[in-house]
Ligand binder design. Structure first.
Ligand code: PGA
Length: 313
């Protein structure tokens, strides 16, 4: 933030930034590290802020930092103020004809295969825009969404306990795969319940892919024989290729990143059909560049290029 450095009775813009970082990093040490500052500097600034507020902003309970009600209210306002400054920065940049700013995205691991292909043409349109891309599993991305720190999150199963806007932008078919050596590899048609007879490899708890598989199998009354849990799509593909088990993954994990020795299975009721969604808190006011990104998706130009790449891959 380069715009305003004024003092208010609550604190400076810098102090608000520090407070937010401490809140999001869940601790002073980590926040100081992220900001390349010393821990005493951060503590001192927060102390000044608490003095100005006239109430403690947080309590230290054991190793945990627990924000007080006053602290949480200050965090919430800090976020609104900093968001508003970011929008003003962006508007002024636009007026100067720079179109600069930062697009902040937090995406689930499975979408990392195609998101860069979607960002490429967008970046060509807005070459001065910086892009921050955070990748995590579904649960980690929900936590980011709750903080409202990003412009958008990408999920295929957005959480239903939050007040959000979710825009479907592309299908996400989940397919069953096995090694080309596997018994099922030669079968032309496979019944869904036949999958119960083979060791199954699944993503970790917190993964959206796992969530979708569990919901789908419960709906069809199928009990998978889970033998391995792996936190990475790549490692699952390699394990399947080594015939350690069968798996279900998004087709997009295979489209851009082929692994030798894997076969897609033709299973009844499959692929599991889900949709990629662009998600943001409904109370969030979008920055200018975030709105440009939304327009870009709505115009579908980049999406069509991406879809062609996926089909041609
Ligand atoms: P995951 O999410 O990468 O956490 O499995 C994918 C999804 O939401 O479909």
């Amino acid at each position: 933030m380069t715009l305003i450095r004024s003092h208010s009775h609550i604190g400076t813009v810098r102090q608000l930034e520090l407070l937010l970082e401490v809140y999001e990093a869940k601790g002073i040490n980590q926040a100081a590290k992220n900001l390349h500052l010393t821990q005493p500097t951060v503590s001192m600034q927060l102390k000044k802020m608490a003095d100005a507020v006239g109430m403690p902003l947080y309590d230290q309970i054991g190793k945990k930092l627990v924000f007080t009600e006053a602290g949480l209210a200050t965090v919430e306002s800090a976020r609104e103020i900093l968001d508003s400054f970011a929008r003003l920065d962006m508007k002024l940049s636009n007026l100067r004809g720079l179109n600069a700013g930062t697009l902040r995205l937090s995406v689930v691991t499975t979408s990392k295969y195609f998101i860069p292909h979607l960002l490429g043409p967008f970046r060509q349109k807005f070459p001065d825009v910086d892009i921050q891309l955070k990748v995590g599993n579904r649960q980690q991305t929900i936590e980011r969404l709750e903080t409202g720190i990003d412009d958008f999150c990408v999920f295929s199963h957005s959480p239903d306990h939050l007040d959000i806007c979710a825009i479907d932008f592309m299908t996400n078919p989940l397919i069953a795969i096995c090694s080309s050596q596997h018994d099922l590899a030669k079968k032309k048609q496979i019944k869904l319940e036949e999958l119960e007879n083979y060791p199954f490899i699944i993503r970790e708890k917190g993964s959206g892919t796992r969530y979708a598989i569990e919901q789908f199998m419960t709906r069809h009354n199928v009990n998978l024989n889970i033998k391995m849990t792996i936190e990475s799509n790549e490692a699952i593909k390699h394990s399947v290729a080594e015939d350690l088990g069968i798996a279900i993954l998004s087709r997009h994990t295979l489209a851009f990143d082929k692994t030798e020795g894997i076969k897609e299975l033709n299973v009844s009721h499959m692929p599991v059909s889900t949709n990629w969604q662009l998600v943001y808190p409904s109370t969030k006011r979008l920055s200018v560049i975030a709105e440009e990104f939304l327009n870009y998706l709505n115009q579908r130009e980049g999406l069509d290029i991406l879809q062609n790449k996926i089909e041609g891959a």
